[in-house]
Ligand binder design. Structure first.
Ligand code: 13P
Ligand code: SF4
Length: 319
């Protein structure tokens, strides 16, 4: 629409004026991903977002995603202004892992290394030895297991269970889940596979074990996108947030991408293959963030210092 054009131009002008760069996650709306592409920003998975933000020379990072991504950017780049279209965009994994309860949990296992998923608050990261994202979790835990370490894992039980199974590491798991991926159903995926026998099944490891087990590829958003490019199948059944389809279809317009079914597919369902918090990121709020410094991210200095250690360890880890 014309309005849309105007607001997009406004955002483009503001990005230049404020020496700002847009760092967007694959799950944000197409319009935001498009803007990131057109303005020299990035569309990425959570690990690449962290790296891109830390390495980019812009004075202001505009992080379109959920709160932990903005906090991670601020922890890594305290000298930069970090803005988010909305600070209300959280994550069920973050909500389900309050720092005080988590700290008490860790106190019960003093002999274990604490590995937390990036989808956590700065305060939870501050209690950790390692931060990992889905793209690097297996490698880090394999490394720790080889070193003879036992592990506390939080908060995603599905990713944790998958990593445990793959690496054989001794892991105590926190009981958290992603409300989007948790809904995917193996039966629905297998039913779809009978409709598209040639389809490859791509699954994000936040999905339940029964869905991960029938996957052809398990990986982070970027890893699934890469698989969709390199595999020769004509159809892909994709068990992750449908925001990823923007880049998948752009990269392979000749291929068919089908959403993996969820329990509530077709009915009214709050989180059917689309994260309600990612969806809060709108063009209007993005514009207002840039215009008024709405949604500026702050992390208190003491927490930041502690959280930086396990985060930096992740960035320095060479796969
Ligand atoms: P990725 O690290 O694969 O981008 O997934 C993180 C996530 O769930 C963002 O919501
Ligand atoms: Fe959190 Fe799931 Fe949303 Fe990602 S998709 S931000 S893991 S609730």
């Amino acid at each position: 629409t014309l309005d849309n054009q105007e607001i997009r131009q406004e955002i483009k002008d503001l990005l230049v004026e404020k020496n700002a760069v847009l760092v967007a996650h694959y799950y944000t709306d197409d319009a935001i991903q498009e803007l990131a592409e057109e303005t020299g920003g990035v569309i990425a998975d959570s690990l690449e977002m962290a790296r891109f933000g830390a390495n980019h020379p812009a004075q202001t990072l505009v992080v379109a995603g959920v709160k932990f991504m903005g906090e991670t950017a601020k922890i890594l780049s305290p000298e930069k202004t970090v803005l988010m279209p909305t600070l209300e965009a959280t994550c069920s994994l973050d909500i389900g892992c309050p720092a005080d309860e988590f700290s008490a949990f860790c106190d019960q296992y003093p002999d274990r290394k604490v590995v937390v998923y990036a989808n956590t608050s700065a305060a939870v990261k501050a209690r950790a030895d390692w931060v990992v994202t889905s793209s690097i979790a297996l490698d880090v835990v394999e490394y720790l297991h080889d070193q003879g370490e036992k592990i506390i894992w939080a908060p995603d039980q599905h990713l944790g269970g998958y990593v445990q199974k793959q690496t054989g590491a001794d892991m105590v798991l926190w009981d958290g889940a992603c409300i989007v991926h948790e809904e995917f159903k193996a039966k629905g995926v297998l039913d779809l596979k009978t409709v598209y026998p040639d389809a490859a099944i791509l699954v994000h490891p936040e999905s339940p074990e029964s869905v991960v087990e029938i996957a052809d590829v398990v990986g982070s958003t970027s890893q699934l996108l890469n698989a969709s490019k390199s595999m020769s199948n004509s159809t892909f059944i994709v068990a992750t947030d449908r925001g990823i389809f923007y880049k998948m279809r752009q990269a392979s317009p000749e291929k068919r991408f089908v959403e993996a079914p969820t329990a509530g597919s077709g009915a009214t369902c709050r989180s059917c293959a689309h994260c309600p918090w990612m969806a809060l990121n709108s063009l209007e709020m993005l514009r207002d963030a840039l215009k008024n410094n709405d949604g500026e991210v702050f992390v208190d200095e003491q927490t930041r210092h502690k959280a930086l250690i396990p985060l930096q360890r992740m960035l320095d880890f060479n796969v």
